[in-house]
Design a protein around this ligand. Sequence first.
Ligand SMILES: [Zn+2]
Length: 62
Amino acid sequence: MARAVRKGDSESMGEEFGDVLAWLCTLASIHGVELEEAVGKYAAGCPKCGGTPCECEEGEAR
Ligand SMILES: [Zn+2]
């Protein structure tokens, strides 16, 4: 995946992200983690600023 990102190849990037996502789902279920729950934390926006996408400025202390 990192190789595809570096190359900026969006087609293979989509493929690679799919692979990573599938791997993540498998790993999560092995450890009994509900991925939906984890994703749901951010579904309503950033827990910090409530923005989607996150509007937190990096390095900004609030
Ligand atoms: Zn934020």
